[in-house]
Design a protein around this ligand. Structure first.
Ligand SMILES: Cc1cc2nc3c(=O)[nH]c(=O)nc-3n(C[C@H](O)[C@H](O)[C@H](O)COP(=O)(O)O)c2cc1C
Length: 189
C-alpha cells in the first residue's frame, strides 16, 4: 500500500475515534547538532506533503532555515498507533498561506501579529498590550497575514507505522523510497 494512503486511513480513524485533537503532532528540528521538539497542528494533507503553519522567525523557523530535514510524530493513544515521518520542508506559496490565514478566527489572526514567536518578552501584559494595539490598528479592517506567518510543507522520504500489539509484539512497518518507488520493510518492535 502507498504509505500516504495508509497515513490517511489511520488519520481518519484517529479523527473518528479520538477524543483529543488528532491533528497534533510532535515536530522535530535540528540545529547546530542539537534536536528540538515541540507540538504543532497538521492543517493540510497534500499528495506531496503535510502542511503546518508557523512563524518563520521563531526558533523552529531558524532551525528549518539551517536544516530543512524535519521529523513528525503522531501518537493516538486510543488506537495505540504511532506514525513517524521524516521529510524535507519547503515554505508554501504566499497564496496558500494567505488562503489558510484568512480562515482563522480574527483573534488568532491578531495574535499572529502580536506574538513575535520565540522571542523573549518582559511579561504577559506586554503581550496583551501588543494584542490590543493590533486590535485597534485593524479595527473594521480585514487582518492581513504577517509575511513571517507561513505554511511549511514536509515532503516525506520515510514513514514508520507502529501499531501496539499484545505482549509487546507490536507491528512496525517502515517505508522508504528507492528510485522514487515506496518500499516496505517490517521491523522488530
Ligand atoms: C497542541 C499544540 C499545538 C500547537 N500548534 C502549533 C502550530 O500549529 N504552530 C506553531 O507555530 N506553534 C504551535 N504550538 C506551539 C509550539 O509547540 C511551540 O511552543 C511554538 O511554536 C514555539 O516553538 P519554537 O520556539 O520551537 O519555534 C502548539 C502547541 C501545542 C501544545
Amino acid at each position: 500500500m502507498n504509505p500516504l494512503r495508509k497515513f490517511k486511513n489511520w488519520y481518519k480513524d484517529a479523527k473518528n475515534e479520538y477524543t483529543f485533537d488528532h491533528t497534533a503532532f510532535n515536530l522535530s528540528t535540528s540545529y547546530k547538532n542539537k534536536p528540538y521538539s515541540r507540538m504543532v497542528l497538521l492543517k493540510k494533507i497534500l499528495p506531496d506533503g503535510f502542511v503546518f503553519f508557523t512563524n518563520i522567525k521563531s526558533n523552529k523557523g531558524k532551525h528549518f532555515k539551517s536544516n530543512n530535514f524535519l521529523s513528525m510524530c503522531f501518537y493516538w493513544e486510543n488506537l495505540k498507533k504511532q506514525i513517524r515521518i521524516v521529510g524535507k520542508g519547503i515554505v508554501c506559496d504566499e497564496k496558500d498561506s494567505d488562503d489558510y490565514f484568512s480562515t482563522r478566527i480574527r483573534g488568532s489572526q491578531i495574535g499572529a501579529w502580536a506574538s513575535k514567536q520565540s522571542s523573549e518578552i518582559e511579561n504577559r501584559s506586554y503581550l496583551l498590550k501588543k494584542f490590543n494595539q493590533y486590535s485597534k490598528k485593524f479595527k473594521n479592517k480585514q487582518v492581513p497575514r504577517p509575511k513571517y506567518w507561513v505554511g511549511i510543507k514536509i515532503t516525506p522520504i520515510e514513514y514508520e507505522f507502529w501499531e501496539g500489539g499484545e505482549f509487546r509484539i507490536h507491528k512496525r512497518e517502515f517505508y522508504y523510497l528507492k528510485n522514487k518507488i515506496w518500499q516496505k520493510k517490517i521491523l522488530s518492535p
